[in-house]
Design a protein around this ligand. Structure first.
Ligand code: HEM
Length: 211
């Protein structure tokens, strides 16, 4: 089933780009096409980051182990859309004016944090192959790929800081991210706490307050 389902999901992930292309072809991007493209690619970057982060909790809670086969694809689509987002910015918005871009990255804090989120995704995209998992070893690879948490946080902060009044949408993204990261904190912390509680009192570390 996965064999035919994968190309379907792949094509569906290209949907947002196809929609933008179709609108551009029909001159239906409105009065400010650059803004529409920037917003759409930014939104889809964040959506794919959150979908990637949702795979592990959904897989563990539902027992649907096959979902793991889609995680890499979703993560790479997050990177694909952030590259388009960044290209829109450097090409259509700034016309490759390096000086203006560097000033923007240094001075406008929402750009600084967005840029950080983008840079954090680069090593993850490069090392997403099975060859790199083997080269780095599972543990180190997993630790490196925890950078996705910080990239998603940077993406949400980037969005939060750029909106002027209505924080509705960034708040929705922040709540979803909070749930996904909260799940991981619980999974990490609960076994440690129960292990400590079930250990005999004599072997537990007891903190003695210093005078
Ligand atoms: C992980 C990285 C990033 C994520 C998740 C992200 C996400 C977003 C989102 C969700 C929006 C708003 C979309 C909307 O209004 O519907 C946005 C807007 C924007 N982003 Fe990003 N972005 C990222 C990186 C970057 C980078 C690297 C740049 C440029 C250096 C950038 C420049 C912009 C600009 C200029 C806007 C529009 C601001 C405005 O309307 O005033 N973003 N981004």
């Amino acid at each position: 089933m996965i064999r035919w389902f994968k190309p379907v999901v792949f094509l569906a992930c290209l949907g947002p780009l196809a929609r933008l292309g179709w609108k551009a072809y029909n001159h239906a991007l409105g009065a400010n096409p650059i803004e529409v493209i920037t917003h759409s690619t930014g939104d889809w970057t964040l959506i794919f980051l959150l979908v990637t982060l949702a795979i592990t909790p959904i897989r563990k809670l539902t027992g649907q182990l096959w979902l793991i086969r889609f995680r890499r694809m979703f993560g790479l689509f997050a990177f694909f859309y952030v590259v388009l987002h960044f290209l829109t910015y450097i090409w259509l918005d700034k016309f490759f004016d390096v000086h203006e871009m560097l000033t923007d990255i240094a001075k406008r804090k929402f750009i600084t944090v967005g840029f950080t989120g983008f840079v954090l995704l680069i090593p993850l995209a490069i090392t997403s192959t099975t060859g790199w998992i083997r080269r780095l070893g599972g543990k180190r690879w997993q630790r490196l790929h925890q950078l996705i948490y910080f990239s998603a946080m940077a993406g949400v902060i980037h969005y939060w800081w750029l909106v002027k009044k209505d924080i509705h949408k960034p708040l929705e993204y922040a709540i979803v991210l909070g749930v996904l990261l909260g799940y991981r904190i619980i999974v990490w912390a609960v076994p440690k706490m129960t292990a400590n509680r079930s250990r005999p009192v004599s072997t537990r570390r007891i903190e003695v307050p210093q005078e």
